[in-house]
Design a protein around this ligand. Structure first.
Ligand code: ZN
Length: 436
């Protein structure tokens, strides 16, 4: 199953827009035969391979930036569905141990499906982070399949598969029917053990990416059963084949970008670093642009929940004379902003600069006893040269790259958005002046 297709160089448009798995390769320096040895450094899955790979290159995250420039070859595998991609990704990561998958996820973050036998020899199935620690008391040949990257998608997949192949999820079954029994997800208190073990074997094969082997074997069983005139059983098997095909072509298992959860966690973490009690929601970012201090303009961009909200952007024509003093201009803009009670106050304000700019912001803020909300705003400043973030109330700046990649990206995006917006406004003003 390990035959990647490769695209020529970085011709991304060659990549299919289907679900599947992609892999990035670098030349392996240990083998000095030119172009022959490639080392797989990252494997990922996608609903749309082409879009996902383009994202890595054109909107690289902090993590991507660590290796994306070294990538020499891009390989991919098309699959029929997201579930297949999920399963294939797990199997390929296990096989290749790509460096940048391993670095970012230690074992504890991966998910494994465990098949562990109880004292009656009937396996039960569960998800675990620790494949080696489990097979303690009653086990005979425990099987662990993984590593799976996403827990939620894996849980959903198992829930679907359990309808086709009912299994036990607890070590011991009560003598009466359990909740899962009533949902047809459990083989019940008196299972046909032979049948059950067959089902488990098939489930394992599916999770190992051997879907067609399972379908073929089910088809054979069905034929055998009808030859023996066991039509009811044959009918059940036919339903199983149909259901399995349905499950494997399921399209809404894996979330588009699977960033939702981790983004929230990153924002919570960042909010704690800033010393905020609740999670940061609204951030404003300011930029000043001018030509040698003349026609100075300021701009304010607004991000809500990490996304720009253009309807709240504001522009300021600086009224101070034509003296090019950054700090004075910044103070003027902040003063004007703070006086606008009708614009909801943000949780944090990001300004361009270092300690001096940070202090200017803090001073400006302290002049506003009223309304009280102004006092709750955290002032931050970004010193771009060293990518340092100064935070109100913290002695030393925080290195941007020490923050979660979502926050790293957010801060840089805020800054560049403010800059873009300021320059646009400035161009418009200049045009107007020329026309007058
Ligand atoms: Zn049960």
């Amino acid at each position: 199953m390990d035959r990647f297709k490769f695209i020529k160089g970085k011709d991304f448009n060659e990549l299919p827009k289907t679900p599947g798995v992609y892999a990035f390769f670098v030349k392996n320096l240990k083998f000095k035969i030119k172009n022959l040895k490639l080392e797989c450094i990252y494997i990922g899955k996608a609903i749309n391979i082409q879009n996902r790979v383009k994202n890595h290159f054109f909107q690289p995250s902090y993590r991507d930036n660590l290796f994306i420039s070294k990538v020499e070859k891009i390989g991919y595998f098309e699959t029929n569905s997201e579930i297949e991609a999920l399963v294939l990704e797990a199997n390929l990561i296990k096989k290749h141990q790509p460096k940048f998958n391993v670095i970012w996820k230690d074992d504890k973050n991966y998910f494994y499906v465990a098949f562990v036998k109880n004292n009656l020899g009937t396996p039960y199935v569960f998800i675990t982070h620790q494949p080696k620690l489990h097979p303690k008391p009653y086990t005979l040949n425990p099987v662990y399949i993984g590593p799976f990257v996403e827990g939620t998608a894996l849980k959903k997949t198992l829930r679907f598969l359990r309808k086709v192949f009912p299994y036990y999820s607890a070590k011991n079954h009560p003598k009466t029917k359990c909740t899962y029994c009533h949902l047809d997800l459990c083989p019940g208190p008196e299972p046909d053990l032979k049948e059950y073990k067959k089902n488990i074997k098939k489930l394992i094969l599916i999770l190992q990416g051997k879907r067609s082997a399972v379908l073929n074997s089910l088809k054979k069983e069905m034929k055998k059963l009808s030859k023996k005139n066991k039509f009811e059983k044959a009918g059940e098997t036919r339903d199983k084949i149909y259901n399995l095909q349905q499950v494997m072509s399921h399209t809404h298992v894996i979330d588009q970008q699977n960033t939702g959860v981790s983004e929230n966690r990153a924002i919570a973490y960042f909010s704690r670093i800033l010393g905020l009690e609740k999670d940061i929601k609204k951030i404003e970012c300011y930029d000043i642009s001018n030509i040698q201090g003349k026609q100075a303009t300021g701009s304010m961009v607004v991000f809500i929940d990490g996304k720009p909200d253009k309807s709240q952007y504001k522009k300021f024509k600086i009224k101070l004379g034509d003296t090019p003093n950054d700090i004075a201009m910044l103070k003027e803009i902040l003063e004007r902003r703070f006086s606008h009670k009708e614009w909801t106050y943000p949780d944090a304000i990001l300004i361009d600069g270092g300690k001096a700019q940070l202090n200017a912001g803090i001073n400006q803020k302290s002049e506003y006893r009223n309304p009280k909300q102004v006092q709750n705003i955290k002032i931050l400043s970004l010193a771009k040269e060293n990518k340092e973030l100064f935070i109100e109330g913290r002695e030393k700046p925080v290195l941007l790259k020490s923050l979660p990649k979502e926050i790293y990206n957010l801060v840089l995006q805020l800054d560049s958005e403010a800059h873009r917006f300021a320059i646009n406004y400035h161009k418009k003003l200049r045009k107007k002046n020329l026309l007058q």
